[in-house]
Design a protein around this ligand. Structure first.
Ligand code: MTE
Length: 327
């Protein structure tokens, strides 16, 4: 296997606003004419056809203050990933996702709702203001990053479908495209597809929960879950399902991929909790990606905070629950 070398992200990829505005006009015209936008290679390669992927997003500031820790570099955020559809190594998603074509993209929202519908993500991005939200992220493997996401509150999307009174949970499904996703074809596939996840409805409706469509002011690269992925900053990263195709309101607790695979190691709740160790390692500290030692190096360790530092906002969701039992 060749030695891993992170790709260089040219500054020309940061699209100035006038081009962004022009693209919005193009998009509106394209939608009117029934045209679709085609994207080319993933992983940071911009060319004339990659209108959506290369493009800067117009955002408004999100409602939460920035975390105190420094933002992880774009390069680290997009070259150290988990996305098993492209392979199980941390460098596989950036290396193997070039064939994935996330645009045009529609997803379904249905189940216990009054208005089930198929939604086009680019139309959605023009319907809601895109918010800048800088969140601390913590992985169950004990590393952490601070990521400037661009997202839409999940609640706004759920409300479009008008959930019925019986809906208690939200189930999510990822994408199945073996021709574009090498981790989904051939022998030795790591898990059953699609990747699935779930939240309680109150967690899904919490103002911290977003569907991210971008980071660092640009649309998501394939390895980060283009064109839309879940971000729940008080939970371990595996809850953040990428490349979502289906959102279903239900009255029963939905399955989640890691719990299906290893129920004694990964629960449904997955709240960041320094007091409840993973069966094979402590969760009391975390390695800060990008500080001291580089991407694949030792890294600086800091204490992990309860609910990843978002306790003031979310602790009340779990009042009276034994979080060692509901991990
Ligand atoms: N979503 C899909 N569809 N497939 C995956 O393999 N991995 C999860 C989650 N979402 C995964 C996924 C895991 S284990 C983690 S830690 C996060 O994505 C990683 O997100 P990041 O690469 O943006 O840091």
């Amino acid at each position: 296997m060749p030695a891993y070398k992170p790709p260089h992200i040219p500054s020309s990829e940061i699209t100035p606003e006038h081009i962004y505005l022009k693209r919005r006009t193009l998009l509106a015209a394209g939608l009117a004419a029934g045209a679709t936008f085609v994207t080319g290679a993933g992983s940071g390669e911009a060319n004339a056809a990659t209108l959506t992927q290369a493009e800067a997003l117009k955002t408004v500031p999100g409602p939460f203050p920035k975390p105190k820790r420094a933002e992880t570099s774009f390069e680290d955020v997009t070259n150290y990933n988990n996305f098993y559809e492209f392979g199980t190594g941390k460098a596989d998603p950036s290396r193997n996702s070039g064939r994935f074509q996330p645009y045009p993209w529609t997803f379904e929202i249905g189940g216990m709702v009054q208005k089930p519908q198929t939604v086009d993500i680019e139309t959605l991005m023009t319907k809601f203001p895109l918010e800048d939200r800088v969140y601390r992220m913590r992985c169950v493997e004990a590393w952490s990053m601070v990521i400037p996401w661009v997202g839409i509150p999940l609640k706004s999307i759920i409300d479009m479908a008008e959930p019925t009174g019986s809906a208690k949970y939200v189930a999510f499904e990822g994408v199945v495209r073996p021709k574009e996703m090498p981790g989904q074809s051939g022998f030795g596939q790591p898990m059953p597809w699609p990747y699935v996840e779930g939240l309680r409805l109150d967690e899904a409706n919490h103002p911290l929960t977003i569907i991210a469509v971008g980071l660092y002011g640009k649309t998501l690269l394939n390895q980060s879950g283009a064109p839309m992925r879940l971000v729940v900053p008080w939970k371990y990263g595996f809850k953040g399902i990428k490349s979502i195709t289906k959102i279903t309101l239900t009255d029963t607790q939905p399955p989640n991929s890691w719990n299906l695979l290893q129920p004694n190691e990964y629960g449904f709740y997955a709240n960041v909790n320094p007091n409840v160790p993973h069966p094979r390692w402590s969760q009391a500290t975390e390695r800060v990606i990008g500080e001291d030692g580089g991407l694949f190096g030792g890294g600086k360790r800091i204490d992990t905070l309860m609910f990843n530092g978002y306790g003031d906002e979310v602790a009340s969701l779990y009042a009276g629950m034994d979080l060692a039992k509901y991990y």
